[in-house]
Design a protein around this ligand. Sequence first.
Ligand code: PBG
Length: 330
Amino acid sequence: MDLTHRPRRLRQDRIRELVSETSLEPTDFIAPVFVDATTDSRIPIESMPGHERVPLEESVARVEEVLETGVEAVMLFGIPTEKDAEGTRAWADDGVIQEATRRITTETDAYVLTDVCLCEYTDHGHCGTLETGIREGDCGHASLTVDNDATLESLERIAVSHAEAGADMVAPSGMMDGMVAALRGALDREGFTEIPVMSYAAKYESAFYGPFRDAADGAPAFGNRRHYQMDPANAREALREVRLDVEQGADVLMVKPALPYLDIVSALRREFDHPIAAYNVSGEYAMLHAAAEKGWLDLEETALESLLSIKRAGADLILTYFAEDVATQL
Ligand code: PBG
């Protein structure tokens, strides 16, 4: 037996840290924050223990809590006062995100990213304007879907309104074709050439978004999102999809969800030089909490291991509901 090679030599206590390949910092994280224009007190999100929808009045206080943990960036999601077919409250000057962004960027040093999408603002819960014509189910297999090109115009308005309110970065998440080019063009036309676009470039049609849809009240009223979000079966398509966003000028490329798609994170890492972001989504958070609540898993350790794995796979930044807890642990 040849035991010249004994990897265990480097696993002893005092050497482990020196040979560690991956480390996590609070500055790797972006913490999602939910601002709810329909409430004047904080509402706990049942399926995401520890998270709340906060009223506008508390948005600054909420972000200050995040900053205290060492996390420096937040991603804002809004729940509007009213919804309509077009999602017009998404680009209103006095909209929930516009107001929150204004307050947070004036009163704190947080780096503010905004989610540019329509599903929280449309009464049907889809990520854009619906095509006119055939109704879902009318002739068996036909289904109503989102009108890509009409939606791009709405997304441009949203991004510009967020930038005007002071957003530091905009993140289109609707998986519309051409959304990055549309946003880049609109931002540049309005003089926001320095605002980066983080594209939810490879966003899958995932069942792991369940708790978020409760949190942000954005579940589709009918059907699903498979006409625009990606098929979980496809990896090559992700490269193609992401390459298009790169050509359109995306500054940061995101994969979403994270844990079930680490192969995609690592493929993007190899293929592109851009910063890669991964979104450790609501379901990934909820499942660890649920298991921990039953005493089946250790929450702190599994959360840390999850985020470490996402970083090891190649993500530079991680959007995660664990941001504050893990930052405090570090
Ligand atoms: C909006 C959006 C969603 C998430 C982030 N932005 C919901 C969706 O696509 O259904 C999900 C985030 C999460 O589950 O944590 N399009």
